[in-house]
Design a binder for this molecule. Sequence first.
Ligand code: GRF
Length: 207
Amino acid sequence: MIPVGVLVSGRGSNLSALLDAARAPECPYFIACVISDQPAALALETAKKAGIPAFFHEKLPQMKKREYERELVTRLREFGVQVVALAGFMRILGETFLAEYPNRVLNIHPSLLPAFPGLHAQDQAFRAQARYAGCTVHLVDAGMDTGPILDQACLRVDRSWNAQQLAQHILELEHRLYPAALARFCRNEFRLEDGRVHEFSIPAWLE
Ligand code: GRF
């Protein structure tokens, strides 16, 4: 069983999806701890209700980014975390953090990357009148939503949807994709070679 640390900033619906999936006996990971950079994040409540150790770590204004990241890493190490899953964590991680977890940090982004990186990806897709939208699970590098793509899920956009409905449909897809991709990652079904991702099996949930 791989101990996973989840970093959050807000609502925590993806955290809930990861927690639900972790209850299945065949799931190869468990959520070892949750860290938020926001004190009022709903995700902290969700974690506590599930009996998962949950912490608020504040980035104080005088703190250097590397000091803050060292603090996060220390906490994650305390819980033996081997893989980190970002779930709505609103900070860009730097070298201090990533060097501790090289190619071991995953993120979910609500677009079909490389289209629509950054904030409000669903709105970007809506405004662009994209016919297909979706979500991406990728490894985190020092860029903004630029790391190697592990998996994606997509949907055809119904022209009758408004921006909120589109975001909701994407979110539902995220809740299926993220636990599945994380489980496959924890089972070593992805191999990274020269920045390219190789897969050992076809995701069952897509068949
Ligand atoms: C999700 O849309 C995720 O793709 C993005 O941030 C949002 C987090 O939502 N990275 P939640 O906190 O998991 O509900």
